[in-house]
Write a protein that binds this ligand. Sequence first.
Ligand SMILES: [Zn+2]
Length: 167
Amino acid sequence: MQEVTADLKHRMRGVWRNAELVDPNTHNNKLATYHSWFAIPFSRNERMPINVPRYLYLDLSKHVMRNISRFRLRAHTLKVEAAAWHGDGSCVCDQCPGEDEHVQNEVHALLICQDHRVCELRKHFSFLFTPFFEDFSAAQPFLLQQVNNQLVHDFLPQQNNRFFLFF
Ligand SMILES: [Zn+2]
């Protein structure tokens, strides 16, 4: 039985090892997106139980918990996901002003989108952004360029990250 368990764990981790090779900024891939931005890392010790995301322990309504899960698992209505369901759909954000075309994915919604409603939320929760992103300010509550995946991964699980609950 131990051999079967060890083999299953090895195969499960293999799925994530393959996902590590894909950059969600350049490939529309749910597995890679989840792995790079939202997944809880495995313990180096394969005998340790798998960690569960912190928000599942919080006292949140079912509605909020469902929305967080949907966002983390790319089961939302951002353009990057909607385009996958509509053959000729565009991934470009339709909320950003100006001529620049940005893929409307999770990181875009959290950090880059210039939609005034999202900018107001970021200003309200500015204490979450300023330690991570030097470019962020009240005058410019959005980032002008992509950030690396590790920074996104570190930003989301902050102890007091209530901003994330709005998505
Ligand atoms: Zn946008």
